[in-house]
Design a protein around this ligand. Structure first.
Ligand code: FES
Length: 222
């Protein structure tokens, strides 16, 4: 465990599902530098709020959260502050002792002391943007909702590559989240057909969908 400012704990927070695809490497990096590892999304790593609960329960006086992402989009790291701000607000009444929470943005989970001193740290006060917004009460207008299985069998058969390729093609066609909602899920059950993709409202169950099938699939969705 990395000790900073006397007795704080460093937590590398993986931001996107793409970052989770490289969780094993991040895990090794974090372990080498003594940092803990948490995630904003998915079910494979400790969620950030649970990690903060654990640290506070252990009497940790300071949690330093590094948003780790290699994703091209810049919005991800801001969610570490939103979620941490939500935790500070919602746990204020129950925390035995106030735990100082800070955030910074990094590119990797190897967080040795020189790296930590180079990062720009900001305190989390509870005044951060909330988890809700009027814009998020309804799904955006869409023609199709695509469920892409990221369960263990589908992942083992290349669902991560299918997800990246399909996301990229839909984004290039300006149809991602705007016409086609793409949702990555855990096991959808017909694992023998992995990687599995379901298209609604057609009710079509497709599989196996290999990376080389993605151009055709994207074309059908556009
Ligand atoms: S793991 Fe994908 S359908 Fe079961």
């Amino acid at each position: 465990m990395v000790r900073v400012s006397g007795s704080g704990v460093v937590v590398a927070v993986l931001v996107s599902l793409t970052d989770l695809d490289n969780a094993a490497r991040h895990e090794v990096d974090a372990a080498r530098s003594g940092a803990r590892l948490a995630a904003l999304q998915g079910a494979t790593l400790t969620p950030l709020v649970r990690m903060l609960d654990e640290l506070a329960a252990d009497g940790c006086p300071q949690a330093r959260l590094v948003a780790v992402t290699t994703a091209a989009r810049e919005t991800g790291p801001s969610w570490v502050r939103r979620v941490a701000g939500h935790w500070v607000r919602s746990s204020a009444a129950t925390r035995q002792a106030a735990m100082r929470v800070q955030t910074a943005v990094g590119a990797q989970a190897r967080l040795d002391p020189p790296t930590l001193t180079r990062l720009q740290w900001r305190d989390v006060t509870g005044d951060e943007a909330p988890l809700h917004s009027p814009a998020w009460s309804e799904p955006p207008p869409h023609d199709r909702h695509v469920l892409l299985c990221r369960g263990p069998r589908c992942n083992a058969r290349g669902a991560d590559v299918v997800a990246q390729a399909l996301t990229e093609q839909l984004r290039r066609a300006k149809r991602l989240d705007d016409g086609v909602l793409l949702t990555q899920t855990s096991c959808l059950f017909p694992c023998n057909r992995a990687p599995v993709v379901v298209v609604h409202p057609d009710g079509e169950w497709l599989g196996p969908v290999h990376p080389e099938d993605v151009p055709d699939l994207a074309q059908r969705l556009l």
